[in-house]
Design a binder for this molecule. Structure first.
Ligand SMILES: *Cc1c(COP(=O)(O)O)cnc(C)c1O
Length: 413
């Protein structure tokens, strides 16, 4: 296990824990429940507190089971280090809390996960300048940059309309201007795409979704790709400037974002996520194949008005997706012709479950304008291209023919 350095994605994840000694030869990293960590020599305890010696202090800031998962996520993203959180939103919130100050400017894609949109509105109310732009074209990002722009935030594949940000060009622009590029990679997952390849500085993953995959646990992560020069970032406190420049950003996020706000991932949750993560590649392969078959079938049906899926040649960023991603993702959305009521259609589906959530092993459907994007109101929904009849499908690992039959039969009824 030690000699070869470049194993494939799944091999690397499966054997990640064994690269360090695991207690008693245990194959899985054990669930360490202890909140406190004792030291025989009080001087060692002091050294750990002063950052001069590695070691655990208190469960809110780190734990061996959680650290083993962080290590796996770092490997999945090809990054330098990872910090996990209780949820994906806590991870995004930590970027806001730890790295932004009053008067800073943030540029964000306006095709955003609803709660992230809500979080940016909070940031705005607390003195952050916010520009929401159509990030499928780098020109829209470049047009709003100011000397106070601290970060640019995009999602790889936006939910629910599957727009793909102009990732390569935005990465190049941020690199040229020395701006932190933050990519929420939840929808693609690190198996389909590593944002490091387009020069992202930080990568967000909701571990709740594809990485865990089984819908029994919440979690989130921030990965530092190692590409951003933290010595040039203005908002690092003096205290963290003492560290090597490569570590400054994550040291501040771990202290100010995780420790001080306390949304820590529990060791039990870390264990459940780690078990799920072992099959990420297998599930994504199946989900993406199912999603493509379903998208093709629905697009060919005259009763369907529109299908949005990056794997279809009709998708505006189909070529970009083909260039950047290993496959086209597990999420698609559709609009039915007006004569079919979207609620009636959903109620006729037998396998697909009416539920929010995505990246699950089971296929899930939701009428987005009436649920997850209801709170933001009609005007912003229109700006995001969300029609009242839009249905989002998060495609699971069911047998392909069963899924196709379910969605076809519900159209016929
Ligand atoms: C679900 C999701 C989040 C939030 O993750 P939680 O673990 O539910 O807090 C953030 N970004 C995207 C793109 C998501 O789909």
């Amino acid at each position: 296990m030690n000699d070869k350095t470049s194993y494939g994605f799944t091999t690397t994840i499966l054997h990640s824990d064994r690269q360090k000694d695991i207690e008693h030869g245990s194959v899985h990293k054990p669930v360490h429940t202890s909140v406190l960590f004792g030291y025989k020599d009080a001087r060692d305890l002091a050294q750990v507190f002063q950052g001069k010696q590695s070691g655990y202090r208190y469960g809110r800031q780190g734990n061996p089971t959680v650290a083993a998962l962080e290590d796996k996520i770092t490997k999945m993203e090809g990054g330098a280090s990872t910090i996990t959180f209780a949820t994906g939103m806590a991870a995004i919130g930590a970027v806001f809390q730890a790295l932004l100050r009053q008067g800073d400017h943030v540029v964000s894609s306006r095709f955003l996960f609803g709660n992230t949109n809500s979080l940016w509105q909070t940031a705005k109310s607390q003195g952050i300048e916010l520009s929401l732009v159509d990030a499928t074209d780098v020109a829209n990002v470049e047009a709003v940059l100011t000397p106070a722009t601290r970060l640019v935030f995009v999602e790889t594949i936006a939910n629910p309309r599957t727009q793909i940000a102009d990732l390569k060009r935005i990465g190049a622009l941020c690199r040229e201007r020395g701006i932190l590029f933050v990519v929420d990679n939840t929808m693609a997952s690190p198996y389909l795409f590593q944002p490091k390849s387009v020069h992202a500085g930080l990568v967000i993953n909701s571990l709740t979704k594809s990485i865990a995959g089984h819908g029994n646990v919440l979690g989130g992560a921030i990965t530092d790709t190692g590409l951003f020069d933290w010595s040039a970032y203005p908002n690092i406190a003096d205290n963290f400037r003492k560290q090597a420049s490569a570590q400054q950003g994550m040291a501040q996020i771990r202290a100010k974002g995780l420790r001080d706000f306390g949304a820590t991932l529990s060791p039990d949750a870390a264990h459940q996520i780690a078990v799920g993560a072992e099959t990420l590649a297998l599930r994504m392969e199946r989900e993406c194949a199912n999603a493509l078959a379903l998208a093709q079938m629905l697009e060919a049906d005259p009763r369907v008005a529109a299908v949005y899926y990056p794997g279809l040649p009709s998708h505006p960023q189909h070529k970009l997706a083909t260039d950047l991603f290993r496959a086209y993702g597990a999420l698609l959305s559709l609009e039915l012709k007006p004569e079919i009521d979207c609620f009636d259609y959903l109620n006729r589906l037998k396998l697909a479950i009416n539920a929010t959530h995505l990246g699950d092993t089971r296929t899930l459907v939701i009428p987005v304008a009436h649920t997850i994007f209801f709170e933001m109101g009609a005007i912003q929904r229109a700006e995001m291209g969300i029609a009242d009849s839009l249905i989002r499908i998060s495609v699971g690992i069911e047998d392909t023919q069963d899924l196709l039959s379910d969605f076809a039969a519900a159209l016929s009824a």
